[in-house]
Design a protein around this ligand. Structure first.
Ligand code: SF4
Ligand code: SF4
Length: 228
């Protein structure tokens, strides 16, 4: 049963978002119905730790339950770790893929719950999209990872030493975990700009979008890469 959490949102708005998910060209390849066998749940790591179920996502979409869909769009989709273990579905569904589409719709529509869910990831999004590196050593700070316990403080204080002790391919840097080829980054910038992925960030955080666009435009211009 859907909760009353989103009863103030008009049904038409919930349906509009559902139609956006359904209109995605990948949708028909990701959902063929659901046996309710629960194999996806047994395979899903997130289902072990959260009140979350890929089976419920597949069933909700198959039944076109608009109220429950909207609730899952707000409350569930960010619990998925996108590992795609659920691909072993005997019905050939792809619950993780369905969640990818739902996430994109949530981001593109700037849902409040999505902004809240992703607020803590701003620096990680910036790092990945501008350098190709995810969590870099210099991000291991106490205030950013309070739940990591006292070890993170020790690591942060002795970061230079730890990095120098690591194998040469880490480049001994603290700002990058590894070096991504310049050409690869330029190609990624081009793809993100042309496919609208960069623009998706606008709905989440306009300031972040503008900073990243500047970094990408400068790099592309300097290299002579042409983005049509
Ligand atoms: S992709 Fe998401 S739903 Fe599928 S198994 Fe992984 S965490 Fe679970
Ligand atoms: S494995 Fe497939 S058929 Fe079984 S519950 Fe999950 S989505 Fe439904």
């Amino acid at each position: 049963m859907p909760s009353n959490l989103y009863q103030d949102v008009p049904y038409e708005e919930k349906q509009r978002l559902f139609e956006q998910v359904k209109a995605d060209p990948r949708y028909k390849d990701y959902l063929y119905g659901c046996y309710e066998c629960g194999i996806c749940v047994a395979a899903c790591p997130s289902a072990r730790f959260y009140d979350f179920s890929p089976r419920k996502i597949a069933q909700t979409l198959a039944r076109e339950d608009i109220e429950l869909f909207y609730e899952q769009l707000n409350d569930d989709v960010w619990n998925c770790s996108q590992c795609f273990s659920c691909l072993r579905c005997p019905r050939q569904n792809n619950p993780g893929g369905l969640i990818t589409i739902m996430r994109e719709v949530a981001v593109n529509n700037g849902l409040k719950t999505t902004k809240e869910a992703l607020a803590g990831y701003t620096r990680i999004i910036y790092k990945i999209m501008t350098t190709g590196t995810q969590v870099s050593p210099d991000m291991l700070q106490e205030d950013a990872f309070p739940d990591w316990g006292p070890q993170v403080k020790e690591v942060a204080q002795n970061l230079e030493l730890w990095r120098r002790a690591l194998p040469p391919e880490t480049l001994h840097t603290t700002g990058l975990s590894w070096q991504v080829e310049e050409r690869t980054m330029l190609e990624l910038y081009t793809i993100w700009k042309l496919t609208g992925v960069l623009d998706m960030i606008t709905e989440l955080d306009e300031g972040l979008h503008d900073i990243m666009e500047e970094v990408m435009d400068d790099a592309l211009e300097e290299s002579g890469f042409q983005v049509q």
